[in-house]
Design a protein around this ligand. Structure first.
Ligand SMILES: [Zn+2]
Length: 265
């Protein structure tokens, strides 16, 4: 073997070796921890046919059974270090596209890995998902839970407290609504959130809107120095499957902007 051939072989194997390191994502599946977040909002999410049909059809209840009768669960991906992100779905129990999108990103991150630490609450209020209702019934007091995030003891206030105590830097609250354009929508408040929303808009064509509303998880988080956006897709006119794909694409873009995923979209 002459010198040139030796150099050629060394270079070739170096490229293959380095390449194989950089394209193999770490296996983060073993780093998913879960804990009960709120024992008072437990319910059987499988009793909601829109949820159950989608989970079954897409084999999304195999790795996680989402047995939430004893309370809502928060899943942690990562070791608690780095940037901290909270992704939340199901604050409004009748907006099934939201939790199904969050379940989908949970599976996506499980197989693709992530940087930093991502906390995921797929079903914020399981009892409301079970009943397919927007309104939470707290001992006879029936109210929109996403208008009382600032009131201690309410389900969304517990999520807000979790975010503050876990030093969350970025929060993404995932909903669906009526009259939302086909490409979806992102709500923002401050200038960081606006740039975040504009970046998502550039790649997805979604609408963006600022609409500070006291008592929403997004606005209350933002007041506490947690940059927060809310995602919306159409919940009635486009069924479930298409809006979930639209919202998942928006959510992946939102994560890519924070540089917490290994792949560009
Ligand atoms: Zn909502």
């Amino acid at each position: 073997m002459n010198f040139k051939t030796l150099i050629f072989l060394i270079l070739t194997f170096s490229v293959i070796f380095v390449g194989s390191i950089s394209i193999t994502p770490p296996d983060y599946a073993t780093h998913i921890y879960k804990q009960t977040l709120d024992a008072q909002v437990g319910g059987n999410i499988h009793a909601n046919p829109l949820i159950e049909n989608y989970l079954e059809k897409n084999s999304l209840d195999t790795a996680f059974d989402f047995n939430l009768e004893k309370g809502s669960q928060v899943y942690r991906l990562g070791n608690g270090k780095g940037k901290k992100i909270l992704i939340c779905g199901g604050i409004h129990g009748d907006e099934v596209q939201g939790p199904l999108t969050v379940v989908s990103i949970l599976y996506y991150l499980k197989s693709h890995g992530n940087k930093g630490t991502i906390y995921i609450i797929p079903f914020a209020i399981p009892i409301d998902t079970e009943k397919n209702t927007r309104y939470y019934n707290q001992s006879g007091d029936v109210y929109d839970p996403n208008r009382k995030a600032d009131i201690p003891g309410t389900p969304v206030n517990k999520i807000l407290k979790f975010a503050v105590s876990h030093k969350i830097n970025y929060l993404i609250d995932v909903h669906s609504g009526i009259g939302v354009k086909e490409e979806g929508m992102v709500y923002y408040g401050n200038s960081f959130e606006e740039n975040w929303a504009k970046n998502i808009q550039n790649s997805t064509g979604c609408a963006i809107k600022t609409n500070p509303a006291n008592g929403t998880l997004r606005s209350e988080a933002s007041k506490r120095n947690i940059n927060a956006i809310t995602l919306e897709v159409e919940k009635i006119n486009q069924g479930v499957d298409v809006p979930v794909q639209t919202e998942l694409n928006i959510l992946k873009r939102a994560c890519a902007y924070l540089k917490i995923t290994y792949y560009k979209f």
